[in-house]
Design a protein around this ligand. Structure first.
Ligand code: FES
Length: 101
């Protein structure tokens, strides 16, 4: 089922108006915000490291894919999204807006 998501590929996607970046590493499948919190570059144009980080293509800041925390210093952090892999697909958790609940 995950054959379309090759390890290391960064797949940009928009779910309910939230731009995110989906990727698969040796440690699992992760979804984080696509917009870099430093200066707005698309993280989906960056790359992943063996340490399970995503690296921004613009200034090379790096972030842990599981927690979203910066691993290169600074107080930046990414929004992370929970992932659930089912037989019928990969599901990404999005927080409901207050007016949707
Ligand atoms: S825009 Fe991503 S590190 Fe600067």
């Amino acid at each position: 089922m995950l054959e379309y998501l090759k390890p290391g590929i960064l797949l940009p996607m928009t779910v309910r108006n939230e731009r995110m970046c989906l990727t698969r590493t040796e440690k699992g499948v992760f979804a984080v915000q696509d917009k870099c919190p430093h200066n707005g570059a698309a993280l989906s144009k960056g790359h992943c490291t063996p340490a399970n980080e995503i690296v921004c293509p613009l200034h090379r800041y790096s972030f842990a894919l599981d927690s979203g925390k910066s691993t290169s210093g600074g107080a930046y952090a990414l929004t992370t999204y929970p992932i659930e892999i089912r037989r019928d697909g990969v599901f990404v958790g999005i927080k409901a807006k207050w007016w949707e609940s």
